[in-house]
Design a protein around this ligand. Structure first.
Ligand code: SAH
Ligand code: F3S
Length: 441
């Protein structure tokens, strides 16, 4: 038996790819996953390059693993994900003890590559983009818990001027709807009650169904909602571009779709949105929000923000703050702009100092935190449907679960209800978590 240690950085896509890697290797029956790098024969690093900091960490981590390899030269070190796809062979140059470089679309080739390295003791690289090939190997998902991510499309064509994703994950390509529905049905049989449909731009989903008709994202949502056992549907991430009325209609018709939407806007300034090449205006964004609220009045919306984009003036920044207040966003993610080599924004003039950018981030996060807290406070005394996920990590006398709007609630109850939906009355509120009391149905 060979022991494999997998370290994952980055987005849910990378988490998903890593769970696929674990599944492919376990299928070979000669590999076992370990939680300790020190015990491993095979070390796998799944990397992220969305911002500079994430990228920097790679060679520090590899340096630590080099020490393990110095003690045992049989150890195989593999680097995959976005940094591997972008840097390719350069990684061998900087870290010649690395054995395997694999890409975001070649995770299924890893068992073969490991075997070749073991046999020939020669390094290997495959960062190609064989369309959706990795999914041909993965229709028997392993399940733990009661929620699951399901990738429905890969890649991105939007080429926002700041972003590396189109270069590291390839172009948008949607998985066949029949494969997705089969996968979710298997998950439902294994006890999954909530699915999160994954993709860089899930609302660009488009494929041809078995009957020859085009299946759009809205069609897919409706089909997933018909699967017995699946009672809650989320998706990550959607884009304001192509957020069409047929998707909004699903909010009207399908209760299983949560009243919570993560819709990254990035900036509240039309000038900056144009420079970012986001292809929508804040008025377009507001219109989407208006229409969704008509279909689902209690919807809560979260977002991603970039501060300090090249050329962002104080005025543009304040437009973003005003927009945050206007939409009344719930908990959101925010980042200081990070220049990524090879992207158009990296060539733009950037006169704002880092300390000014940090100040803007601080102000923006403060504003969002206040709004998050006020959304949480509004939940006090309300009854919330929660999918019970397990025993609380902080207090073994309590259980925990998630509300539709993604807040963790802890409460007292019997472990027998793990995996079930229950109603809780919210009786205590913290910014990101809540306490509740179990109500009998
Ligand atoms: N598909 C999603 C974004 C995926 S990347 C969308 O359309 O919005 C996740 C988030 O990382 C982005 O929303 C953005 O806020 C942030 N991000 C991406 N590139 C960045 C960069 N160069 N610097 C700072 N933040 C970045
Ligand atoms: Fe990146 Fe824009 Fe696509 S942020 S993932 S290029 S939509």
């Amino acid at each position: 038996m060979k022991y494999v240690y997998i370290k994952t950085w980055g987005c849910q896509m990378n988490e998903y790819d890593s769970s696929m890697i674990a599944m492919f290797l376990k299928k070979e029956k000669k590999y076992s996953i370990t939680e300790k790098a020190e015990n491993a024969d095979i070390l796998i690093l799944n990397t992220c390059s969305i911002r500079e900091k994430a990228q920097e960490k790679v060679f520090h981590q590899l340096g630590r693993w080099k020490k393990l390899k110095n003690k045992n030269s049989d150890i195989i070190i593999s680097v995959g994900g976005c940094v591997a796809t972008q840097e390719g062979k350069e990684i061998f140059k900087r870290a010649n003890y690395v054995d395997i470089i694999f890409g975001t679309q070649t995770v299924h080739k890893l068992p073969y590559m490991i075997e070749e390295v073991q046999k020939k003791r020669k390094s290997m690289i495959d960062i190609s983009f064989p369309n959706l090939e990795k999914f041909n190997h993965s229709l028997q998902p392993k399940v733990s818990g009661h929620t699951a991510f399901v990738s429905i499309m890969e890649g991105c064509n939007k080429y926002c001027s700041f972003c590396v994703v189109p270069y590291t994950r390839g172009h948008e390509i949607s998985r066949p709807s029949d494969d997705i529905l089969l996968e979710i049905s298997i998950l439902a049989e294994k006890g999954i009650r909530e699915v999160n449909l994954l993709g860089q731009n899930v609302n660009a989903y488009e494929t041809r169904a078995f009957n020859g008709k085009t299946c759009y994202f809205s069609d897919l949502l409706r089909l997933v909602s018909e699967i017995d056992g699946i009672d809650r549907i989320r998706f990550t991430t959607s884009n304001p571009l192509e957020f069409t009325d047929d998707i909004i209609d699903v909010y009207r018709d399908t209760k299983k779709l949560v009243s919570f939407l993560h819709l990254p806007v990035q900036s509240g300034s039309n000038r900056i949105l144009r420079l970012m090449k986001r292809s929508y205006t804040i008025q377009d964004y507001e219109n989407i929000v208006k229409k969704i609220k008509l279909a689902r009045p209690n919807i809560q919306i979260s977002s991603d923000f970039i501060v300090g984009f090249p050329g962002e003036s104080e005025k543009n920044f304040l437009e973003t703050i005003n927009f945050i207040k206007k939409i009344n966003f719930d908990m959101s993610f925010s980042f200081i702009y990070s220049s990524r080599p090879g992207t158009p924004a990296a060539e733009m003039k950037d006169n704002t100092s880092l300390s000014e950018k940090k100040k803007r981030l601080y102000i923006l996060q403060n504003c969002i935190n206040k709004q998050t807290m006020s959304w949480s406070r509004k939940m006090l005394g309300t009854i919330q449907s929660v999918l019970v996920e397990g025993v609380s990590k902080k207090n073994i006398m309590e259980l925990y679960g998630r509300t539709e709007n993604n807040r963790i609630v802890t409460f007292q109850g019997s472990p027998k209800i793990i995996g079930k939906f229950v109603n809780l009355e919210i009786n205590k509120v913290h910014t990101h978590s809540l306490k509740g009391k179990l109500l009998l149905k």
